[in-house]
Write a protein that binds this ligand. Structure first.
Ligand code: 5GP
Ligand code: ZN
Length: 150
């Protein structure tokens, strides 16, 4: 259950049994790489490649979709800053910036977070398998998706 802490006259959403909320509050340790008043970035405890960082809003939202747009903009700006720094620090050839939303998508920590993963030529990690659309199927998807965007 999300509770709201009144800290310096601002209400903050915190989930008492969320690992990332505990990291934000300093209740469990982390290797922080970036912080501002709304976002925090720290090293993933189990890096895909070393330098793999997680960037989170300092308020508890389970899903990316739950995050209000004004916070989303600040969060994305932090992701960009951290991405640039991780790439430079690790001298990586590229990066994956990813977010899993929901258990089916692989989200294991229920506090929305972007992964910033440095990638190297030949590091051996494979990408998603690719399928293909049947006759008329792509248009049906376009229609359904667009209906929700109008
Ligand atoms: P997800 O699977 O939800 O996309 O990613 C969760 C990530 O959080 C995983 O990559 C996992 O290694 C990382 N993680 C889980 N617990 C902790 C922790 O206590 N500290 C840190 N730094 N990372 C954690
Ligand atoms: Zn949380």
């Amino acid at each position: 259950m999300a509770i709201f802490l009144n800290e310096e006259a601002t209400f903050k959403r915190v989930e008492s049994d969320c690992i990332f909320c505990k990291i934000i509050q300093g209740k469990i340790p982390s290797f922080k790489v970036y912080e501002d008043d709304k976002t925090l970035a720290f090293l993933d405890i189990g890096p895909v490649n070393k330098g793999h960082a997680l960037v989170i809003p300092k308020e508890h939202y389970e899903l990316y979709m739950d995050v209000p747009e004004n916070l989303l903009l600040v969060w994305m700006a932090s992701v960009r800053k951290v991405a640039k720094a991780v790439m430079k620090a690790t001298n990586s050839d590229g990066l994956n910036i990813s977010l899993s939303m929901g258990k089916a998508a692989g989200q294991t920590v229920n506090h929305a977070h972007f992964h910033v993963i440095p990638r190297f030529e030949g590091d051996g990690f494979r990408h998603w398998p690719q399928g293909k659309y049947g006759e008329g199927e792509a248009l049906r998807y376009v229609d359904k998706i667009k209906a929700d965007l109008e």
